[in-house]
Ligand binder design. Structure first.
Ligand code: DGY
Length: 348
């Protein structure tokens, strides 16, 4: 699909993206935009090299693509200077290789914070109240009347939510759980972000002033403290060498037997095979997963576990957010090609 065929700058998007604003932005700024219409979901390095061709100023790509040495050298040979990942996470991008070939890399932070946090909150509630199991039960025609023991789950109010990685998304999730469900909070973060501290302090003052029961909150000095104490734990770190298999067999063993674990960050943060074993041995332990170690696959056994809720990497999938991500991705490319000052999230 080609827009503005006579445009001066050739920009390739490896996928069609929601909305039209991003298309109009590029077209209005003299770009010839080519959107790949290939049906297969995940493009190989070879597929993308052929899309880049001999002349290409910038590429908008996806988190499913492996942006390493080969792609950046191909892009630079084609005269390209910009690669924009339509995602906040950029573990699929070798930034050193991009630097080596003089290609600037952009991502799309900010616009997906609340949407992603809302999915983590949805999974937390769904796991606590066993909504997916109950839905299957109902559709299976098994409901034959109200019973005192039927799908008894957890009340979140008064329980402790644990957040690992208190950046933009982790902090937004913590706020939702504290403010919305009056959960106590314990969190762990490698960086000295004060985002969450400011919120909980102000919220604590508000609860006190309004005579409501206060929530407690604490910044943990180790991750294990969070694992031991929290009833619901949500993972929000970036994926890099230090966070690969951050949650492994040993750490799963430190969590409460009835804990709920949520992951809307990146799959490899959890050792998924160890998680399947843990779910088997601890039927009261529950997980809500949006991401998987080797997407699009799940480790054997996971799909059969009643105590797991699995969804296909949809945390940022709200219309507003996806259109915003597409717009930002286009602005990032334009910012580089046309040397415009680009929109920048002050917290980036
Ligand atoms: C991201 O942006 O990194 C998400 O995983 C997809 O929105």
């Amino acid at each position: 699909e080609v827009y503005n065929p006579n445009g001066k700058y050739r920009v390739v998007s490896t996928k069609s993206m929601p909305g039209t604003r991003w298309i109009n932005l590029l077209v209005d700024q003299d770009c010839r935009l080519e959107i790949c219409t290939e049906k297969k979901t995940i493009l190989s390095v070879e597929d993308i090299i052929s899309l880049i061709g001999n002349k290409c100023d910038g590429v908008i790509g996806q988190l499913t693509e492996d942006w390493g040495e080969r792609l950046f050298s191909a892009l630079s040979r084609a005269g390209g200077t910009a690669f924009s990942n339509m995602a906040v996470g950029y573990n699929n991008v070798d930034v050193d290789a991009a630097n080596k070939y003089g290609v600037a890399v952009g991502n799309t932070p900010g616009v997906l914070t609340e949407t992603t946090a809302e999915l983590a909150a949805s999974l937390s509630l769904a796991a606590a109240r066993r909504i997916v199991e109950a839905d299957e039960f109902m559709r299976g025609g098994l409901y034959d009347g109200w019973l005192p023991h039927l799908f008894v789950g957890n009340l979140l109010k008064g329980q402790t939510v644990g957040v690992i990685g208190a950046g933009r998304i982790g902090s937004a999730y913590a706020r939702m759980m504290v403010e919305g469900f009056k959960m106590n909070l314990i969190y762990y973060d490698l960086y000295q972000s004060t985002r969450l501290e400011k919120f909980v302090t102000a919220y604590g003052d508000f609860l006190k002033a309004s005579g409501e029961q206060p929530v407690t909150w604490r910044r943990a000095s180790s991750m294990d403290e969070v694992l031991r104490e929290a009833d619901v734990i949500s993972l929000h770190p970036v994926l890099d060498k230090t966070t690969y298999h951050l949650v492994n067999k040993e750490r799963l063993g430190k969590m409460k037997k009835e804990a709920i674990l949520i992951n809307c960050s990146r799959g490899p943060v959890i050792d998924e095979a160890a998680l399947v074993d843990h779910l088997r041995q601890n039927p009261m332990f529950r997980v809500g997963l949006d991401v998987f170690e080797e997407e699009p696959y799940m480790k054997p056994g996971l799909a059969e576990m009643k105590n797991a809720i699995v969804v296909p990497h949809i945390a940022s999938a709200s219309k507003w957010t996806r259109e915003g991500m597409a717009t930002l991705a286009a602005l990032n490319v334009l910012g580089k090609i046309k040397k415009y000052p680009i929109w920048a999230d002050p917290n980036r």
